[in-house]
Design a protein around this ligand. Structure first.
Ligand code: ATP
Ligand code: MG
Ligand code: MG
Ligand code: MG
Length: 470
């Protein structure tokens, strides 16, 4: 079996052999982009190169980029544990051309890697193109020999990428692997495309136009290429399993959580073990890149992820803090490729231990309150927003943790009621502050205090537009 570590290496070597500079992953906290919460695609560290603001000593590059999608528009948090193919942390393998080669070579290289270098059966591959992109359609036909019905024209923004309201943009072409008709799901563009049968493994973006403020698109003088392939998804394909969570890396992490909790990793426990394995990776990599749990911003995303994992550890019967004891398994799997994990191991462990120790004090009482509240609820009912707010405010339950807890039992939450309770609390706190006779300028201080207090962070929305991701 080819290990995930071998697949990463093989991808980078293939593109290096084809003239690409190998570039190390950038940190998860964006270096030049305060509007973006976490790096969520391989192209992010190259944005300024694509726009021409920055030049580098190479015109083609390849990388395996650490990505987190757990906030903002690309939020895959709710999928984790429930689909075969989504993680909050994953690695995006990419090859990039900065005004060098374009569609033809991008397709030739991608097809050559998948079907020749890696030997994937071409009959299991289906591609999409943007509906007007006849050029890409014809190239797939000629280079890959795909029949017309496996080159699917898509008219939505899924197949049109742009960096922002202005700037580089263009059609894209996604490559799907068919895991077989024993798995529910339809081909791309069909009504049940969200199933796990046809899994998108690779997205090729053809940066072809420059969009101006009035919406007109002019051809770029030197069009570029940006591609992104999910390492965990292609590992599943190459290891002959359907599910990302059955690949070597995840199997090792899940085995560790099974051993530490003394529980079976299948059946009713499966989702909990998957959430724990996924969130362990995200927590470990975020701490290694300098993020610490906090009540706002990036730190709150981390706290939500940690606490959510901790609830699942509790569900599996863990009586003591658990997550920190899984860090050695994470380092064993991924430390060779990402030495920052090895360097940060002690700090990852102590951060997890501290957060879990603190959260355990309120977790049990909060869950008891939740059980009492749901005991009287009819099947399919929604939890009152005030109860969700109380869990948040008094017991430190992030909103999505409560939502995740209820989901397993088929209950929803009154989100509007939660927001109203939150707004009311802020209003009351502000009024009490004003009534204290402090000078108006103290409002500034209040904003800061409030920001670092109980404010729930619901993700940056200004971040992405259709823009900054593939
Ligand atoms: P999907 O439609 O499956 O959510 P996407 O179109 O949002 O994927 P892209 O933005 O095109 O994904 O990212 C490029 C590649 O990264 C995808 O083709 C996929 O292989 C991988 N990928 C995207 N999101 C995730 C995730 N949450 N977990 C694992 N891999 C992912
Ligand atoms: Mg997605
Ligand atoms: Mg997609
Ligand atoms: Mg895509």
């Amino acid at each position: 079996m080819t290990s995930t570590n071998d697949i990463r290496r093989s991808f980078l070597d293939y593109f290096a052999a084809n003239g690409h500079a190998k570039i190390a992953s950038a940190p998860l906290v964006p270096q030049n982009d305060p509007t973006l919460m976490f790096v969520n695609a391989g192209m992010v560290p190259f944005k300024n190169v694509f726009t021409g603001l920055e030049s580098r000593p190479y015109v083609t590059a390849t990388s395996s980029q650490k990505c987190v999608r757990a906030g903002g528009k690309h939020n895959d948090l709710d999928n984790v544990g429930y689909t075969a193919r989504h993680h909050t942390f994953f690695e995006m393998l990419g090859n990039f051309s900065f005004g060098d080669y374009f569609k033809e070579r991008a397709i030739t290289l991608a097809w050559g890697l998948l079907t020749k270098e890696w030997g994937i059966d071409p009959d299991r591959l289906t591609v999409t193109v943007y509906h007007t992109d006849d050029e890409a359609f014809d190239l797939w036909k000629r280079i890959a020999g795909l029949p017309d019905d496996r080159i699917i024209r898509i008219a939505t923004n899924d197949n049109f990428w742009s960096m922002g309201d202005t700037g580089p943009c263009g059609p894209c072409s996604e490559i799907f692997f068919d895991h077989g008709d024993h798995i529910p799901g339809g081909p791309p563009g069909s009504p049940d495309e969200d199933g796990d049968r046809f899994v998108e493994i690779w997205n090729l973006v053809f940066m072809q136009f420059d969009q101006s403020a009035d919406g007109t698109r002019t051809p770029l003088p030197r069009p570029s290429i940006d591609t992104g392939m999910g390492l965990e998804r292609v590992a599943a394909v190459l290891q002959g399993v359907h599910d990302n969570y059955d690949t070597d890396t995840f199997k090792a992490l899940i085995a560790a959580s099974g051993a530490l909790t003394g529980t079976a990793t299948t059946g009713d426990n499966q989702a909990s073990h998957r959430v724990i394995a996924d969130h362990l990776r995200t927590s470990g990599f975020l701490v290694a890149d300098g993020v610490l749990p906090a009540n706002e911003g990036r730190g709150y995303v981390l706290r939500r992820i940690m606490r959510r994992a901790m609830r699942h550890a509790h569900l599996l019967g863990a009586k003591e803090p658990l997550m920190h004891r899984l860090v050695p398994a994470l380092v064993a799997e991924m430390g060779a490729a990402y030495p920052e994990l090895v360097r940060a191991q002690a700090s990852i462990e102590s951060t997890l231990l501290q957060e879990e120790t603190q959260f355990r004090r309120t977790l049990v009482n909060g869950l008891r309150l939740l059980d009492e509240a749901t005991a009287s609820m009819a099947p399919g009912a929604t939890l009152p927003g005030e109860t969700a707010f109380k869990l948040y405010d008094t017991f430190g339950f992030p909103y999505d943790l409560t939502e995740d807890a209820l989901r397993a039992q088929g209950f929803g939450i009154d989100r509007a009621g939660f927001d109203t309770a939150m707004a009311e609390q802020k209003r009351a706190a502000r009024a009490a502050w004003k009534g204290s006779g402090q000078r108006a300028s103290d409002d500034v201080w209040f904003d800061i205090a409030e920001g670092s207090g109980g404010t729930e962070f619901i993700g940056y929305t200004s971040e992405e537009g259709e823009g900054q991701v593939i």
